[in-house]
Design a protein around this ligand. Structure first.
Ligand code: 5AD
Ligand code: FES
Length: 325
């Protein structure tokens, strides 16, 4: 698939794309759905990404950090085969603090994913040695000008470098994009997909941009972002074949059936929220996040019944990428 074809598929309204992606998902990854329990352990962030509710300039948010014990307990209580530790870019969590937490969590029979932003090569190396298996770092957009506007003082080149460092160190590396950012073009979205391919990403998470009222990008929600994000996801499945692709919570936030639709259009992963209830609503990357007042058990039942309703099942293994292409 070349760039021109990707652009055509993105512009098109053709629903056949979704069934093609669903066929590819079935062929390369099967019917099992991997659950990755997400622990949002700190909403403190030194960065100022324009779209994100956790940006350091946002004074309307109550900041929190979970203690080491709370993080380890949340991981123990989660029944998923993968634990994802996510936070803002919070320097309080030094390399040694994080390595200790990683080692503890890895005493359980789980895979561990980190999603804590840009760090040095040597930090990534330490985390890997401590037992981290995977890393999520969305490129967000490959449009360099847009990247610059969205990320004051940050460098697109460094973000790319981080992703290549993670790959080199042996992590299963996840990336992805925000879809529907102001001034984002279809042309650049096609480049995003080609970037995932070039990186040989093992996971790709794609979500619609949802404006947060306490950020400079506050404004009206573009519901069309859902369909576009879905098309991005389906094309990514067809092109990257055997990778892991989540049905993102942002999709469910703007469409009540969003995750099921995504699971039927190429996705094979769900990331249930495993953050203790008292912190959930405070991790407000975007407004109206799902499950912020659900007990973990309720989400567990809800997700399993959704999965069963479409004739799929919860995978029993850790869900590493099995190279099938
Ligand atoms: N809407 C949707 N997704 C967002 N993210 C950050 N802010 C928003 C928003 N306003 C996504 C980014 C980040 C991930 C953790 O959350 O893509 O990588
Ligand atoms: Fe939380 Fe459905 S996944 S209530």
């Amino acid at each position: 698939m070349n760039k021109k074809e990707i652009i055509e598929l993105l512009k098109n309204n053709d629903k056949e794309l979704f069934s093609r992606a669903n066929d590819a998902r079935k062929k390369y990854t099967g019917d099992g759905i991997h659950l990755r329990g997400l622990i949002e352990f700190s909403n403190i962030c030194k960065r100022n990404c324009l779209y994100c509710g956790l940006q350091s300039s946002n004074k309307n948010i109550t900041r929190y950090r979970m203690s080491e014990d709370e993080i380890i307990t949340a991981a123990k209580n989660c029944t998923c085969k993968t634990i994802v530790l996510q936070s803002g870019e919070d320097d309080f969590f030094t390399t040694s603090k994080l390595c200790k937490i990683i080692e503890k969590i890895k005493e359980n029979d789980v895979a561990l994913t980190l999603s804590i932003g840009e760090r040095s090569y040597s930090d990534y190396k330490e985390f890997y040695k401590a037992g981290a298996d995977r890393y999520l770092l969305r490129i967000e957009t490959t449009d360099k000008n847009l990247y610059k506007k969205m990320h004051p003082k940050a460098s697109f080149e460094n973000r790319k470098k981080c992703l290549y460092n993670l790959k080199e160190l042996g992590y299963e590396t996840g990336t992805g994009s925000l879809v529907g950012l102001p001034e984002q073009t279809i042309d650049s979205l096609a480049d995003d997909i080609l970037f995932y391919k070039k990186l040989d990403a093992d996971m790709v998470g794609i979500g619609p941009f949802i404006p947060h009222p306490d950020t400079p990008l506050k404004g009206k929600l573009q519901t069309a972002n859902f369909e576009l994000a879905l098309r991005m996801m389906s094309i990514t499945r067809i092109l990257l074949k055997d990778i892991n692709i989540p049905a993102t919570s942002a999709m469910e936030t703007i469409n009540p059936n969003g995750r099921i639709i995504a699971l039927n259009a190429g996705a094979n992963v769900i990331m249930p929220n495993a953050t203790p209830l008292k912190y959930r609503a405070k991790y407000e990357i975007y407004p109206n996040k799902i499950c912020t007042d659900e007990q973990p058990e309720k989400c567990d039942i809800c997700i399993k019944s959704k999965i069963a309703s479409i004739g799929r099942y919860v995978s029993e293994d850790k869900g590493f990428r099995t190279k099938n292409n």
